[in-house]
Ligand binder design. Structure first.
Ligand SMILES: [Fe+2]
Ligand SMILES: [Fe+2]
Length: 459
């Protein structure tokens, strides 16, 4: 049902009259009404028949019928216009110039409130426009994440398949091509990158997909902000290259690969596991991958300080490790920390970011880390944090100006209720709100984590 139009009264001058308004009284007149001549008198009597007039006659104010006005009277008001006088009460485009011509200058009108409100509503400030955009972005992020869960699962199964095939000697990336293209063209790798903090994933195949989508998202953002050129042929190749960073693991026996026990440092299993970057070189070359993609698979475990134990293969000059490989090496560790496994407690994304921050300059290239931190934020999207009112909030957008104060949405209030109506809070503006600690999504929401996140709808 259409909303009923409400009216309000207003005093307006001739220039403020708008179509759709209704004139109740004529209250301002040009000079010729100050001492009316015969022509003006006749005109008013004729056109405002049956209305009332307030006039000054011999310094006295009189309230009379329009028919009673006389030459020499000064017109103060014409009102109580009869309903059939529509041509002088309903404002049309034609009426305004006619009234102006006749010397009617001021009016009491009834005007629709809604149109008035719209007409006088001040335009949004730049800040408000930006905030509205943030809300739309956050809602879109939630929707995309929800839609991409099954794509993530299928992509992960496809990675497993091509690695199983490679184990049997059939080396090809055809099985993942469909997903690489699909994610690049239709899905959002950014939304997919938040999936891993909301549900369990495995250490090999989901890992490849997670590293892939985080790499594609962050790399494209970094090169855009720096005005640099991508080394990849296209966006799909960026994702494919990252998907394949652990492809060498297809030469590692499955029982070693899937083992959840930590192998001894110099054990055969550990040596086998640590050979995956070297195994990848030949496999990827055989698939026609570029030198750059091979560099990523070959050197993603090389640390800036090459003497570190966890650095392999040994004896690599860090100068040979390209920017893209340095970036994926950071993402590789980030995923390993944050990815939720059945057998270990995972790290909360902000805690992982702080940990990596401490390693930057030793294990990782400081400049590459700074680039990554800039696009991920200290509180990556999808992180759950506790606010100083004891509520639990999801990070929806990072802040470029202050990485400590992102935009968040309260998902669970201090009383423990899961909220169904959501408001976006910009911590840069809400100075009283503080993030007091990181929360583990699984501990707070258990298996419902994904559902709670998926239901976020900011109004
Ligand atoms: Fe690896
Ligand atoms: Fe990896």
């Amino acid at each position: 049902m259409a909303e009923e139009t409400k009216f309000e009264r207003a005093l307006l001058n001739i220039k403020q009259l708008k179509k759709g308004m209704k004139i109740i009284s004529y209250i301002g007149f040009s000079q010729k009404y100050q001492s009316m001549d015969l022509e003006t008198c006749t005109f008013v009597r004729h056109n405002f028949k049956d209305a009332r007039a307030r006039i000054i006659r011999q310094e006295k104010e009189l309230d009379i019928n329009v028919e009673q006005i006389a030459v020499g009277d000064t017109m103060k008001r014409i009102y109580k216009l009869p309903p059939d006088l529509k041509k002088l009460t309903i404002v049309t485009e034609k009426l305004v110039p006619a009234l102006m011509h006749r010397g009617f200058l001021k009016f009491e009108v009834k005007r629709p409130i809604s149109s008035q409100a719209a007409a006088t509503k001040p335009p949004l400030t730049k800040k408000q426009v930006k905030f509205e955009k943030s809300k739309t972005q956050a809602n879109k992020f939630v929707q995309q994440l929800k839609q991409n869960v099954s794509t993530h699962k299928k992509a992960s199964a496809a990675v497993e398949n091509i690695m199983d095939d490679a184990r049997k000697g059939k080396v090809s990336y055809n099985g993942v091509k469909e997903y690489v293209d699909n994610i690049t063209e239709n899905a959002s790798s950014e939304a997919m990158s938040a999936i891993m903090s909301l549900k369990e994933s495995d250490q090999t195949y989901d890992h490849c997909v997670d590293v892939g989508v985080i790499f594609q998202t962050s790399y494209l953002k970094i090169i855009e902000s720096k005005g640099r050129k991508s080394i990849f042929e296209n966006e799909a190749k960026t994702l494919l290259g990252a998907f394949l960073h652990d492809f060498g693991k297809s030469k590692v026996p499955k029982d070693i690969l899937d083992s959840t026990v930590r192998f001894e440092r110099d054990s055969q299993e550990m040596q086998m596991m640590q050979s995956h970057p070297v195994f990848a070189v030949e496999l990827l070359a055989g698939m026609g991958m570029s030198e750059d993609i091979i560099n990523m698979a070959h050197y993603h475990h090389v640390k800036q300080d090459t003497t570190i134990n966890s650095c392999y293969p040994k004896g690599v000059n860090y100068d040979e490790v390209i920017y893209e490989t340095r970036l994926i090496s950071i993402i590789d560790v980030y995923q390993a920390l944050v990815g939720k496994r059945k057998y270990k407690k995972s790290w909360n994304p902000p805690a992982a970011m702080r940990y990596l921050d401490a390693l930057a300059g030793v294990e990782f290239d400081m400049d590459v880390w700074d680039d990554f931190l800039q696009v991920m934020g200290l509180y990556p999207k999808g992180s759950l944090v506790e606010l100083n009112d004891s509520s639990a909030a999801f990070v929806m957008n990072i802040s470029e100006d202050d990485p400590e104060r992102p935009q968040v949405v309260i998902a669970k209030n201090a009383a423990g209720d899961i909220l169904t109506h959501h408001t976006l809070l910009d911590l840069q503006e809400e100075k009283d709100i503080e993030i007091v600690k990181d929360l583990d999504v699984m501990e707070v929401f258990g298996k419902d984590a994904m559902e709670v996140f998926s239901k976020i709808n900011i109004s």
